[in-house]
Design a protein around this ligand. Structure first.
Ligand code: FAD
Ligand code: DLZ
Ligand code: SF4
Length: 516
């Protein structure tokens, strides 16, 4: 009698929930074992928002059920399994022993920290571990590396054009961009008209699997920032595809126009809220971009909306991933502007009279989601202007958003909001005064501060912090060509006003507390 061949153990991580994942590409359901594990290390390496943990655990459990239906044997270790050792490496070693596996196959993880640990798994498990490329992105890491080679500074716009040419997305047959321009931002970013209604929200009722996960998370993570109430995210690929269809029908047509708008009481406006599904593997970025291009070609959405949206995914999402893997692990420690202030407690929910911050942090607490302009121009801008320590800011963004994995969060924090990388990702800091927030939102109308005042008891803190930041960072920033105009305005400001701004900023910064 021939001996039974030993199984291959196929280890799937919580953000690899794609049927097309490289780990499974040559899997034999009759012989191989799929391993999935809820582990304490991953659930607590930052204090994740409870909705983020619930989303990942529920999506993992649904994915395991789908694989079983397709004939796979799935060994699923739950967080409350008494034998669970709490870490990827030790769970893998245990499973290799349990199943007498001949080898392990896994896909390249999304975080450097996990890749680093993965390199020791072979020794721990005592069998070969094959790490496969994650091919769920448009641009491979080697392709990005070749593109970046020899460039001192990278620019997203040039990368994006290459990606358009390479994929053919929104391209004419003669090789020119659809409509004749690469970018339609001049038509985008309008303030929201008072009477414009938001699109209807997409939601999914929690099923029995999600309800069990919600109970587990409530019990195990009672003190984490954020609420589990009203959990309505999709947790299967099928529902994520419904979320995509809903977005294309209801929100895409106005996505470009109101991409930068914010309105009190309206959390999502015309944003897609597809990032959790894209990043966990429930949605394929190619399918998302194709659906949006089709909507434009069918006359269901204007070009400025389709281009603006596709640029976020084909451009920004791929670009930040490329930078992350090119620059890690050093990228996490960059701090070019020398920022060392502890993160104020208001980020974790301590009361603040600054209405814009209160609204964005409170929305984050409720939903584990805030849209790009809230992350960039409200919380991000504030962190930049007060000189918050990059590592604490990065931990906050990684913890509180449902879509946060380090490969996408870190370049947005170090590069986009904090300029900690000295201009490698973006050409200048996104610093702004309260005027920007006032133009793009109604937050200022409901605030105790006056956005029109720069100094004085009711002056909007964004105003004096902005000018104070420019003065303080002048040695590093005033040579930046894109900041010439603003430094010219600063030079024209009279000295008494400058001194008053600096005094008020110092008093405000001195009063910030990291308690919450
Ligand atoms: P939409 O506005 O509908 O955009 C569509 C898609 O484009 C998003 O789903 C996302 O996949 C992609 N996208 C848009 N902007 C970016 C960007 N700057 N970088 C990468 N992808 C982008 N996005 C994450 O997915 N995870 C994060 O951890 C994350 N952290 C961020 C931290 C900061 C400081 C900032 C400024 C931005 C961060 N972003 C992050 C980018 C962006 O804010 C979110 O992708 C977006 O808000 C998700 O909501 P949405 O799906 O409704 O986006
Ligand atoms: C974010 C997360 C959490 C909270 N929990 C788990 C888990 O228990 N098991 C798992 O496989 N993945 C989890 N994840 C996602 C991982 O952190 C993610 O796969 C790694 O950071 C690599 O990107
Ligand atoms: Fe924010 Fe200033 Fe406007 Fe208040 S006045 S909401 S602090 S920008």
């Amino acid at each position: 009698m021939r001996a039974k061949r030993k199984p291959v153990l196929r280890f799937i991580l919580g953000d690899q929930l794609s049927r097309g994942i490289a780990t499974l590409s040559d899997a034999d359901p009759r012989r191989d074992i799929v391993l999935m594990a809820e582990v304490a290390d991953e659930a607590s390496y930052v204090p994740h928002h409870p909705k983020k943990i619930a989303f990942i655990f529920s999506a993992m459990r649904h994915f395991a059920a789908e694989l079983r239906e397709a004939g796979f044997t799935v060994d699923y270790v739950t967080l409350d399994d008494p034998a669970n050792t709490g870490a990827f490496g030790s769970e893998l070693a245990r499973a290799v022993g349990r199943h007498g596996a001949a080898s392990v196959v896994v896909t390249h993880p999304g975080e450097w920290r996990v890749l680093h640990a993965m390199q020791g798994w072979e020794e721990g498990a005592g069998v070969p571990v094959e790490i496969r490329e994650d091919d769920r992105f448009f641009c491979s890491l080697s392709q990005f590396r070749s593109w970046a080679e020899g460039r001192r500074q990278l620019r997203m716009e040039f990368f994006y054009r290459e990606m358009r040419r390479g994929t053919g997305l929104l391209m004419e047959e003669d090789g020119t961009p659809a409509g004749g321009a690469w970018n339609y931002d001049v038509e985008n970013r309008k303030p929201l008209p008072a009477r414009l209604a938001s699109p209807p929200a997409f939601f999914v009722q929690p099923d029995a699997i999600t309800r069990a996960v919600l109970e587990l998370v409530a019990e195990r993570f009672p003190d984490n920032f954020g609420t589990l109430e009203g959990f309505d995210y999709a947790v299967t690929a099928r529902d994520a595809e419904r979320a995509l269809a809903h977005f294309v029908e209801h929100a895409l047509p106005s996505f470009g126009d109101y991409q930068d708008a914010m309105r009190q009481g309206e959390d999502r406006l015309f944003h897609s809220v597809l990032s959790p599904y894209l990043n966990a593997g429930l949605l394929d970025p190619r399918a998302v971009c194709a659906a949006v291009e089709t909507a434009w070609r069918d006359g269901m959405a204007p070009l400025n909306a389709a281009e603006g949206f596709i640029r976020q995914i084909l451009g920004w999402r791929e670009y930040v991933r490329g930078i992350y893997w090119l620059k890690m692990p050093d990228y996490a420690h960059t701090n070019r502007l020398g920022a060392y202030r502890p993160l104020p407690g208001l980020f974790w929910g301590a009361p603040t009279a600054m209405n814009c911050l209160h609204q964005c942090v409170d929305q984050t607490r409720r939903l584990a989601h805030a849209h790009h302009i809230q992350r960039l121009m409200v919380t991000g801008n504030f962190a930049l202007l007060i000189g918050a320590r990059p590592s604490e800011v990065a931990e906050w963004y990684l913890a509180v958003y449902i879509d946060a994995y380090e490969w996408v969060e870190l370049p947005n924090v170090q590069g986009m909001i904090l300029y900690a990388d000295g201009g490698y990702l973006g050409s200048k800091p996104y610093a702004a005064s309260g005027k920007y927030i006032d133009r793009m939102s109604d937050y200022c109308r409901h605030c105790r501060y006056d956005v029109k005042q720069t100094v004085g008891e009711r002056a909007c803190p964004f105003n004096f912090l902005y000018w104070n930041f420019l003065m303080e960072k002048a040695p590093m920033l005033q040579g930046n060509q894109r900041m010439t105009m603003i430094y010219a305005s600063l030079r024209r400001m009279d000295e008494a006003k400058k001194a008053a701004i600096q005094d008020q900023a110092a008093a405000f910064l001195g009063g910030l507390s990291s308690d919450y």
